[in-house]
Design a protein around this ligand. Structure first.
Ligand SMILES: Nc1ncnc2c1ncn2[C@@H]1O[C@H](COP(=O)(O)OP(=O)(O)OP(=O)(O)O)[C@@H](O)[C@H]1O
Ligand SMILES: [Mg+2]
Length: 418
């Protein structure tokens, strides 16, 4: 059934769940490909913690289950999957490169050469290069150039943003995907993937931060002048909120999770102080009640603390003090808590909205239009665009010596990507 369809799959391996999204590449290929969402699969996963696979067998089972459900819904099979990766093992830095221009006019080869110079830093043996994103080119001291090909000049410089991950983290992720019977095509940093599903070009131009509040960690990605400027991962998120409720209300983990999802509010002033909720209890505890305000107070405190850590990242990157004109966009499962936007507005003093995937997708849009789907939808958008562009350069997605002419256009979309 899928003979004539070009299917792509995005796989989000979180600390609480695995989510697979399958889409067909449609639209104006290769210029403006769209991802027509055909299938979504969700499976519990206890084998990943904050972006690291801790239990390959459990993760393999979870990947197979999520992808099988998505395939069933899509009515087609996939082989390659684009996976998200995140966590504290990720690091990012800018790296400069300089070359002399070989002829009068800057060629694609010159650009490839300067990119190569900027990339050629020594990574630790335990590090793997995940993304190399040119921020800007400089031609004879003229800054802010995004595509220097065809310009006249003698000296070409680049500022390259390099994202690296712990090699073993990446290997274990790939291994789990392979054992589940699929081919890991690409790994993409999760907040970058999410940004592709929910941020507009204007927001990225003006200055915006994507804050992905998940279960085990909170990812931060700051964009300005259309480019990625800062990445960070904070090791607190929804699971810590749940743990605080376990402690504060003397309930089990499962009950705390249920209470949070059913009655939780992240911004205390939104709650009616008189409202009481029934607490689950053991026989010796007897019937118990708590004010919804107390529940909200506990959540508010923890989320506020997470936002303070996020704010610290804004400041570290030079975007503190309200210097994010397009504000903050919240994604991830914890962004579903009512009151998150209000609390974030208080904490960051900039405009805030929740980010649901909208742009670039068609098909079963309703099934993925929520902040928790920003990462997996971003992954299929990444895959769709790469597939469309790969087709445009003769299907050459693999870099081999002597194909830089083919390779250069593909490289250019990657630099526009984030
Ligand atoms: N409706 C909801 N209300 C409140 N919290 C929710 C809701 N839905 C999900 N969550 C919380 O979101 C968290 C899971 O979010 P998400 O699915 O983004 O995380 P993950 O991708 O599994 O983990 P991570 O990316 O941090 O490794 C859990 O802590 C869960 O309690
Ligand atoms: Mg996640």
């Amino acid at each position: 059934m899928s003979r004539d369809r070009q299917l792509v799959a995005g796989l989000d391996l979180g600390s609480t769940k695995t989510c697979a999204v399958i889409a067909e590449v449609v639209g104006d290929v290769p210029r403006v490909p769209l991802a027509k969402v055909l299938g979504v699969g969700l499976a519990k996963n206890a084998g990943v913690r904050r972006g690291m696979v801790r239990d390959i067998e459990e993760t393999t089972r979870s990947i197979a289950a999520a992808l099988r459900d998505a395939e069933r819904m899509a009515g087609g099979r996939v082989s390659g999957v684009t996976c998200g990766i995140a966590g504290e093992h990720v690091s990012a830095r800018t790296s400069p490169g300089v070359v002399a221009v070989s002829r009068e006019e800057i060629s694609a080869e010159d650009v490839a050469r300067v990119n190569e110079v900027a990339r050629a830093i020594s990574l630790g043996r335990d590090q793997e290069l995940l993304h190399d994103i040119p921020q800007e080119y400089v031609v004879d001291q003229q800054r802010g150039i995004s595509d220097p090909v065809g310009m006249t000049g003698t000296r070409l410089e680049v500022e390259m943003y390099l994202v690296t991950v712990q090699a073993t983290a990446a290997q274990n992720l790939r291994k789990s995907v392979q054992r589940a019977g699929y081919r890991p095509v690409d790994l993409v940093l999760e907040p970058l993937a999410a940004s592709y599903a929910v941020l507009t070009d204007d927001e990225k131009e003006l200055g915006v931060a994507l804050v992905e509040v998940g279960g085990g960690s909170t990812g931060v990605a700051i964009f300005h002048e259309g480019k990625i400027r800062h990445l960070a991962s904070i090791k607190f998120a929804g699971a810590h909120v749940t743990n605080d409720l376990v402690q504060g209300l003397s309930v089990t983990q499962a009950d705390a999770e249920r209470l949070k999802e059913r009655h939780g509010v992240a911004y205390q002033p939104l709650v009616d102080a008189a409202e009481m909720i029934n607490l689950p209890s053991t026989p010796s505890q007897g019937a118990r009640q708590a004010s919804r305000e107390l529940l909200s107070h506990i959540i508010h405190q923890r989320v506020d603390e997470i936002f303070q850590l996020v704010q610290r990242e804004f400041e570290r990157a030079g975007y503190g003090g309200g210097r994010l004109p397009a504000g903050v966009v919240l994604t991830g499962g914890t962004a579903h808590l009512p009151g998150m936007v209000e609390l974030a507005r208080d904490a960051f003093a900039v405009p805030v909205r929740a980010g649901s995937p909208e742009q670039g997708i068609s098909g079963l849009v309703d099934s993925v239009q929520a902040p928790r789907y920003a990462v997996p939808v971003g992954l299929v958008l990444y895959a769709a665009r790469k597939l469309a562009q790969g087709a445009a350069v003769g299907g050459s997605l693999v870099r081999t010596p002597g194909v830089d002419r083919l390779f250069a256009p593909l490289k250019r979309w990657l630099q526009d990507f984030f």
